[in-house]
Design a binder for this molecule. Sequence first.
Ligand SMILES: Nc1nc2c(ncn2[C@@H]2O[C@H](COP(=O)(O)OP(=O)(O)OP(=O)(O)O)[C@@H](O)[C@H]2O)c(=O)[nH]1
Ligand SMILES: [Mg+2]
Length: 317
Amino acid sequence: MFDKLKKKFSEIFSKQNDNNSVVENDVSSEKQVNEENTGKEGNQRVIKRSEIDNQIMEILLESDVSLDSADLITEKLKERMGKLKRRVDFYSVEDELKNVIKEIISENQNRFDILNPGKKPYIILFLGINGTGKTTTIAKLAYYLKNNGKKVVISASDTFRAGAIEQISILGKNIGVEVIKHDFKSDPASVAFDAIEHARARSLDYVLIDSAGRMQTNKNLLDEMKKIKRVSKPDLTLLVLDAMIGQDVIEQANTFAREINFDGIILTKLDTDSKGGAVISVSTEIKKPILFVGTGQNMDDIMPFDPDWYINKIFSS
Ligand SMILES: Nc1nc2c(ncn2[C@@H]2O[C@H](COP(=O)(O)OP(=O)(O)OP(=O)(O)O)[C@@H](O)[C@H]2O)c(=O)[nH]1
Ligand SMILES: [Mg+2]
């Protein structure tokens, strides 16, 4: 997970620090470093800050961080560095970069506690394009909620794709969570309606509504998605995005946002994402909280998104 990003950061920070290098942090004295053309002082190698800035920018862009997000990070880093002394070691730069990235990815996070949503049944609708991991995520989340003592029902509202009802039924059976289903090609909104009625009658805590994967170009499916939302009146609408597609998550999320309002994001497949930038791009450009992240194909491979966890994953020290 995020191996490439971690390796690249460690190459500038840990290695340079081990090499006894320091950063010339005063941009106005950089010229001097240049003119003397030594880049060395005593046994220390002096490296210009602008060089580090460029390296960081390059790493971010190579790691699927969008250009706007990378600009924002480097600008904020410059601001913070401006407050440090003239010569700093590489760990100081690393610390400031960590602070900047943490600040950015925490900005849209809220204190919402899914285990105590304050309403019963709490209705969650899951949306996203084909194959992002909606159905698997619903099963994982149902499992997570169940393990926390909650009563859950799943609405098999993907009545569009052949095999979808069977897929969610098997997953439900495996985790011991009931799945409300109708026939293939039936109205997905009415399945959701039945699942909600079922939950009300039995005083269940959550209704998780699956839906068919849809591209922004498929008008029928988009209209159907709006109908499911109108009928089920979800308390929370979550967009499921696949981290592997990198910067394309932004376009995908913006397209969905134009069609339907959603409250938060689940970012899946982080385990197969070596670049790691999707988390940063999503945080800066979509301005919605990342509620959960998917970290594998097993039922317990889901966790609430924690900015500190992410920072620890992308920096080695
Ligand atoms: N490695 C990994 N694979 C995942 C993760 N989440 C989902 N998958 C896999 O992604 C594939 C698609 O998952 P689904 O849950 O069927 O995706 P979907 O969005 O419901 O797909 P459609 O219903 O076709 O739109 C499956 O093989 C899942 O096992 C994850 O966090 N990590
Ligand atoms: Mg599905």
